[in-house]
Structure formats: C-alpha cells, structure tokens
Design a protein around this ligand. Sequence first.
Ligand code: PGA
Length: 255
Amino acid sequence: MDKAKRTAIIAGNWKMNKTPKEATALLKEIAPLVADADCEVIACVPYVDLAAAIEATAGTNVKIGAENCHWAESGAFTGEISTGMLKEVGVEYVVLGHSERRQYFGETDETVNKRTKAALAAGLKPIVCVGELLWERECNITEEVIARQIKLDLWDVTAEELKNVVIAYEPVWAIGTGKTATADQAEEVCAFIRAQLAKLYDQDAADAVTIQYGGSMNDKNADELLSKVNVDGGLIGGASLVAEKFAAIVKAASK
Ligand code: PGA
C-alpha cells in the first residue's frame, strides 16, 4: 500500500493556549481556509474549549480532539476527564502520551497504554505520541527507544483497533524549539515505526496506519517533510495557533 492510500492527517495541538472565546475566534478563522482540504483536519484543544470548538466547527470539515483522557470510566480521580465525557461533547480524537505529559506529568508507557485502550474502547481515535530525547539520539538509541514505546503503548491493542490509531513521531528535541528534524530524519524514524508495526501486526495493517511527524513543523518546512513516503501528516504545536500557517500546512498535506 502506498502513501496515497493512507489518510493524511494534519492535527493542531493547541496545548495550554486559548480560552473558549479565543478558540471560537481562531476556529472561525481556520475553517474557511481549510474548507477544500484533501486531508483530515483536526484541532486538539484544552478541555474547557471543547464545547465551544465543536460548536464553532459544526458543519465544517474541521474535527475536534482533546489533549488527554483518563482510562477509568468514572470515579475518584480529581481533575481527570473520562472518555465518556469527551464522547458526549462530540470529541473524535485524543492526543495521548505527548512528551510534555511524559516530561512534566509523570506519564509512562504503561499509562499511555491504559489511556489508549480506554480511548479505543470508547470509540475515540488516539493520536499516540512517541519520540526520543536529544541525548537518546546522541547515544544512538533512537530506534530502541521508539521500538519500546510502540510495543508498550500499543500492548494489547488489536489489529482491528489499530485501524483507529494514529501515531505521531515527535522527537522531543524538535518540539517547540524551532529545531525541526530533517525530512530524511523524520522519514527514517517514521519508516522504522511502520516496520515495528509490521512486526507486531502485519504489513497490511502497518501500511494502513497514519504516521505523523511533529516538532516545529511549519508553513515553510511542511512541504518537504510531507513529501516523504512514510510521513502521512503532522502534529502541529506553535504553527497551529496561527490560522494562515496552519492552513498552509493543511494545503501542503492536500497535494
Ligand atoms: P511544535 O509542537 O510544533 O510547537 O514544535 C509540536 C507538538 O508538541 O505536538
């Protein structure tokens, strides 16, 4: 299966930016700019922005995602949000295992796996983030790190469920730093991820998975990154907060 047969997905990861009113304004700006996109367009927004974001994008091709979810259906987990809550407000996607959650909030592969399984069971599509730290790359263990994350994060995820999983390769050293991986570096690791998926499932299943690159992707470098055969989209932080830049990336993915 070639790249053209996979769904290209450009997802904004807004992180802790924009109030509900600001979210509405930004999405109203983005929606007309991406109306004729030939790829899937998603905005992953803070929890309190979700309802406003879903209302603002009603009737458009922009889908809304959350930035995390808990694995339990309900219970004594102060400050957490369940998959059922996300489903009820109309969320379709959820970012899981982002490096900022791993770095600052104690996220582990085990908890990423629990969240991934819960999201899939609830009918949400997880965008599972993996990526190496700078010193791991310098120590030449990028592939070991990625293989471990893929194996653990997707443990017990069935081949049927894998159809609803998106993988985002985000080298941690490239996130928010302006230091993008070269297109060849991105391709190398995205191809490696696909090879791991082929080992864990089979080649057909691996070939159907959308693998995004994330880390300082912007309107200038998107074309080159997205031209690579195993780079099927992008998870965009900073540039997703500027309508024209985000729209330019969506355009690059639509070619
Ligand atoms: P960035 O963030 O585009 O600002 O580097 C990407 C991400 O964290 O998903």
